[in-house]
Design a protein around this ligand. Structure first.
Ligand SMILES: Nc1ncnc2c1ncn2[C@@H]1O[C@H](COP(=O)(O)OP(=O)(O)O)[C@@H](O)[C@H]1O
Ligand SMILES: Cc1cn([C@H]2C[C@H](O)[C@@H](COP(=O)(O)O)O2)c(=O)[nH]c1=O
Length: 193
């Protein structure tokens, strides 16, 4: 059998991995673990987070318990290639994206980066907002994902498995940056009661 043409043989196959769940479920922790493992295997990695969320740092993804990873804080994903540099982008193997619910162009970026550019994309984000409605474009990327992992936290009121994020303040806008001052993880029973 004839070997495949050189451009096909050289093409890297991209992947999309999605980590969702409520706040405090360990999504960022899992994202950093995955990206650190990839970097440890010699792959070139870059991390992106939304510039909307500057709670702990502007230049790093930070977990709720303080683990950090340097990142690009951007208003959208389309600006990543330009900011990072098109040549440096070509060398990249793995792109981590945190707070994915804040990126309106998530689907377009993943299609381009994984399907056409051969990148491994690892995404962490909220699948639902405080009203349990689909949040941003996170659920739109499930059909193009290789894997989907839904993590849970512990209900702050009873210690059972928490699958939802409860907002503790009266503000009603969908996007409201905050941590344990504004939100808590809860089980179904304590969400509805
Ligand atoms: N109110 C809280 N409820 C649960 N976990 C918390 C809380 N505050 C801090 N944590 C810590 O946050 C860790 C998860 O952090 P992180 O990976 O940033 O979660 P996520 O990205 O899902 O919000 C937990 O393992 C726990 O140690
Ligand atoms: C539920 C909910 C959350 N947010 C914000 C609050 C935080 O800034 C991030 C989530 O961060 P985490 O890494 O998952 O802990 O999203 C929001 O804007 N609206 C919501 O309904």
């Amino acid at each position: 059998m004839a070997p495949p043409p050189a451009d096909v043989a050289d093409a890297r196959t991209g992947e999309v991995h999605v980590i969702v769940g409520p706040m405090f479920a360990g999504k960022t922790t899992a994202l950093l673990r995955r990206v650190n493992t990839e970097a440890g295997s010699g792959r070139k990695v870059a991390m992106i987070k939304s510039s909307k969320d500057n709670r702990y740092a502007t230049d790093a993804v930070v977990t709720h318990d303080g683990t950090k990873f340097p990142c690009w804080a951007l208003p959208d994903l389309a600006s990543f290639k330009l900011n990072y540099g098109p040549q440096a982008y070509q060398q990249l193997d793995v792109i981590g994206i945190d707070e994915a619910q804040f990126f309106g162009d998530l689907y377009e970026f993943c299609c381009q980066a994984a399907d056409l550019d051969g990148k491994i994309i690892v995404i962490a984000g909220l699948d639902g907002d405080y009203l349990r409605r689909s949040f941003g474009s996170v659920l739109d990327i499930i059909p193009i994902a290789d894997t989907v992992t839904k993590l849970t936290s512990r209900c702050e009121l009873c210690g059972k498995r928490a699958i939802f994020t409860l907002r503790k303040v009266d503000e009603t806008q969908t996007e409201l940056i905050g941590g344990s001052d504004v939100y808590m993880p809860v089980c179904r029973q304590h969400y509805i009661s």
